[in-house]
Ligand binder design. Structure first.
Ligand code: ATP
Ligand SMILES: CCCCCCCCCCCCC/C=C/[C@@H](O)[C@H](CO)NC(C)=O
Ligand code: CA
Length: 509
């Protein structure tokens, strides 16, 4: 686009060119400007593929010009980088515009200047490196962001590097190129390092976490990309890169998962036992299939139709606004997150966090096809509304969904409702509770030797079935799917840790 401009059309927040000879006007918010470059009109344009050659007539009338690259909103939450070129008569005036815009951009302190980037070359369709080089790196360069890029060499490489080696002071943020598993590695690396540096014991469920100062960006290149999709609204690498560049941030609830007062893992999206645990356990053996492994294992797990007996205890979140059946959806600047988040503020210690708090726990025993704890909607391309469409990103609560034993047909109806406008909770065998924390104990306790077997990857199915007096076809235990990782224990306690403001935020969401 080409627009002549005259002095006097600069508004506090907008660079604007009033209607002129070309008959067009253009407004760009400074907060959405990515870069500005002077255009060398005489020698033609610097043709880097995005700069356009000016028409001859316009060149004669306005020999000086500059190009502004800015964020343009496209379809379905997508963002794209667009250019607009402004022309003028005087070189000095042109330079003044460029300098002023650069000064305004420098004044935007929330924008990152130095980023540490981890690429998982094996996530999703194994396109992480290509996606970064072709779609993301050019945008970071355009926005004058310097990067240190590490292509991971093994699982937990990024986590361990962040936890022990990375010189975090040099960076304004860390970015992962991969899926939910890579994001989880970032969370574990950063949160663990911050707690260790501040002497916080992660094993203590009651201890408040110290906030991480660095934010995490995700460039989606995984199989589910649920964290990216649920926070940005789409899993699109360019969109995420642009959110990162403009310095967008979104706080997220982080839950910690414990077994016998020992810390197991953090969770930010789904903790699923039964169906989603079994899908993950089966799909891990089929990583070579790429994202299709989830469809294959999902179908297989659906056919097996296993249910699991156990006791779920939970502390309902009674002091908050909102319910899991709300029609409203959590968006950036969500009022409910702001309101409920204040309940966690420094000077307000919620009653339920006090060690002496005993009341309010509810206990449900039963046979469950699935126990899902969604700390956010868990929306993803397979289910654009997610496991719990009304869940909030940063309200300090989790939606606990209990799917009791039912027929295969009814379970299929429930699953299919995740992909349609119909309410997946409006079924007699499904209940959903917004909770502060919960515990699960399987009916049949696991011995240490059984756990050893599980950890060694040996199949317990037949042994457990023999030992399982109630049933000859369903195994006694499922696995917990914790943001796409298998937990080694079936008995767990889960609780949100710290205030939303304390949680690592996600840049690029
Ligand atoms: N270089 C590597 N080699 C092998 N595994 C790796 C490497 N780097 C990271 N990983 C591991 O790969 C696992 C999967 O990665 P990632 O989450 O990026 O993709 P995905 O599982 O396909 O996607 P999603 O989690 O969205 O379903 C993670 O648990 C991560 O720890
Ligand atoms: C037989 C038809 C079934 C259709 C069911 C569609 C429901 C899809 C809901 C998917 C929710 C995914 C939640 C996200 C979990 C991630 O943490 C994890 C790691 O990426 N992914 C999976 C698949 O476990
Ligand atoms: Ca939440």
């Amino acid at each position: 686009m080409h627009h002549p401009f005259k002095v006097g059309f600069c508004f506090p927040k907008f660079l604007r060119r009033d209607k002129g000879e070309s008959g067009t006007s253009h407004g760009v918010s400074v907060s959405e400007i990515l870069a500005v470059r002077e255009l060398d009109v005489d020698s033609g344009t610097k043709d880097d593929g995005r700069w356009q050659k000016m028409p001859q007539k316009s060149t004669e009338a306005y020999p000086y010009a500059f190009t502004v690259s800015y964020v343009e909103r496209a379809w379905q939450h997508r963002w794209r980088c667009s250019d607009v070129t402004f022309h003028c008569l005087e070189g000095a005036l042109c330079q003044q515009w460029v300098q002023t815009i650069r000064e305004q951009l420098t004044a935007l302190t929330s924008r990152p200047k130095h980023l540490l980037v981890y690429i998982n070359p094996y996530g999703g369709k194994q396109q992480g490196e290509r996606i970064y080089e072709q779609k993301v790196a050019p945008l970071f360069t355009l926005a004058s962001i310097s990067t240190h890029v590490i292509v991971t060499e093994h699982a937990n490489h990024a986590r361990d590097h962040l936890r022990t080696e990375a010189e975090l002071k040099k960076y304004d943020g860390v970015v992962c190129v991969g899926g939910d598993g890579m994001f989880s590695e970032m969370v574990h690396g950063l949160v663990s390092r911050t707690q260790r540096d501040n002497g916080v014991d992660q094993n203590s469920p009651e201890e408040k976490l110290v906030p991480c100062t660095l934010r995490i960006g995700i460039i989606p290149a995984g199989s589910t990309d649920c964290i990216c999709y649920a926070t940005v609204g789409i899993n699109d690498p360019v969109t995420s890169a642009l959110h990162i560049i403009v310095g967008d941030a979104q706080a997220m609830d982080v839950c910690s998962v414990h077994h016998n007062n020992t810390f197991l893992r953090y969770s930010v999206s789904l903790l699923g036992y039964g169906f989603y645990g079994d899908v993950l356990a089966d799909s891990e053996r089929k990583r070579w299939m790429g994202p299709a492994r989830y469809d294959f294992s999902g179908f297989k797990t659906f056919l097996t139709h296993h249910y699991y007996e156990g006791t779920v205890s939970f502390l309902p979140a009674t002091d908050i606004l909102g319910t899991p059946r709300d029609k409203t959806r959590c968006r950036a600047g969500c009022f409910i997150c702001q309101h409920n988040g204040q309940l966690y503020s420094e000077d307000h210690q919620p009653l339920f966090l006090l060690p002496e708090y005993k009341g309010g726990w509810r206990v449900i025993r039963g046979k469950f096809l699935a126990i899902n704890a969604a700390s956010m909607s868990c929306a993803c391309p397979r289910s654009p509304k997610g496991l719990s469409p009304a869940a909030h990103l940063a309200d300090g609560t989790t939606d606990l969904i209990l799917v009791r034993k039912c027929s295969r047909f009814n379970f299929l109806r429930h699953l299919l409702r995740h992909t349609s406008k119909y309410d997946q909770f409006d079924m007699t065998f499904v209940e959903v509770h917004r909770v502060r924390r919960f515990r699960f104990t399987p009916r049949y306790c696991q011995s240490d030797s059984e756990l050893d077997l599980r950890e060694n990857g040996k199949k317990l199915f037949s042994q457990i079935c023999r030992d399982h007096p109630a049933c000859s076809c369903s195994p006694a235990y499922s696995s917990w799917n914790c943001d796409g990782e298998i937990l080694p224990h079936a008995a767990i306690e889960n609780l949100p840790v710290g205030q939303p403001s304390l949680h690592s935020s996600v840049k690029g969401t």
